[in-house]
Design a protein around this ligand. Structure first.
Ligand code: BJW
Length: 250
């Protein structure tokens, strides 16, 4: 890998993508940063004085659901005003070319959906869906709720228990089908991890799994992450610029 020459790295990535039959892309919050969605970690990642690890948990919701809804209400208001950026657009175009490219995202903002991504795998749910916090007997599936602003404490329409965001918190299992689809996607020729700090599992383990299964692995990130030294090719830079650059070389 030529660390001194970023152009050569983009050319190498483009060459690998051109020669690949199956490509998988894992995205994280950095892909939506240029759209104005705050990332979780690093500068601007804190809400008030809380870290995501302190808030995105079932215990935090049980302790203070109103506080959690303040956090999610603030994020929903922010995301409602955001549009997909050039990184989402490139990935959506790749996903629309048959089933050769699979996009797996950790993001709950639905900007990949808005960009028209085909066959998207959403590992951590959607901030625009709610579920019953009491898992009431109606067995109701998560429902769409795009209200902004939200009531102080939204309720399940069936049993009136508090509703929660239908997202995956720390200590909670990912949906079986989503996780299986993500693991299936590690059987590919090129596995690209974009805009994620690569610290939250099981998503963070996918790139290593792909590498073990023989994929060429690459990372696009504004900064170094634990994946940087693991992948075959690391491109340091903003996804919204790097992905269109690579796309132009295809
Ligand atoms: C740019 C950029 C630009 C900026 N261009 N780049 C193995 C080892 C250790 C721990 C565990 C393990 N397995 C499981 C665990 C525990 C835990 C975990 O991973 N903990 C670690 C923190 C240590 N995992 C879990 O609990 C998971 N559940 C689980 O494993 O269940 C097992 C189970 C089985 C059976 C029964 C019960 C349980 C669940 C994890 C859920 C994570 N949820 C969240 C919140 C979602 C809801 C919400 O949004 O509110 O998901 S946490 C948060 O982190 C969110 C994100 O999707 C996730 C990842 O963050 P991401 O996307 O990487 O964002 P950042 O901010 O961290 O990074 C942004 C990056 O972008 C940076 O690198 C920047 O440099 C870069 N960047 N601008 C390119 N323009």
């Amino acid at each position: 890998m030529d660390r001194a020459n970023p152009g050569a790295r983009l050319a190498q990535l483009a060459e690998r993508l051109r020669g690949a039959r199956r490509v998988s892309v894992l995205t994280g919050a950095g892909v939506s940063a240029a759209s104005g969605v705050p990332t979780f970690r690093g500068a601007g990642g804190l809400w008030r004085s809380y870290r995501p690890e302190d808030l995105a948990t079932p215990d935090a919701f049980a302790r203070d659901p109103v506080l959690l809804w303040e956090w999610y209400g603030w994020r929903r208001e922010t995301i409602a005003g955001c549009k997909p950026n050039a990184a989402h657009d490139v990935l959506a175009r790749w996903s629309q070319r048959g089933d050769a490219t699979t996009i797996v995202t950790q993001n709950v903002d639905d900007l990949h959906v808005k960009a028209g991504t085909a066959g998207l795998v959403r590992l951590h749910g959607s901030i625009w869906e709610l579920s019953c916090a009491a898992r009431c007997a109606s067995g109701v599936a998560p429902w769409r709720d795009e209200r902004v602003p939200m009531p102080r404490l939204p309720r399940c329409p069936h049993c009136a228990a508090p509703a929660r965001p239908a997202v995956v918190w720390f200590g909670e299992a990912l949906d079986d089908r989503d996780l299986r689809a993500a693991l299936d996607a590690t059987a590919c020729d090129v596995f690209l991890t974009v805009g994620t700090s690569s610290v939250v599992y099981p998503a963070a383990g996918l790139v290593d799994q792909a590498r073990r299964r023989g994929a060429f692995t690459a990372e696009i990130n504004a900064e170094a992450t634990p994946a940087t030294t693991l992948v075959d090719l690391a491109v340091q830079g903003p996804a919204e610029l790097v992905l269109p650059d690579v796309d132009r070389l295809l």
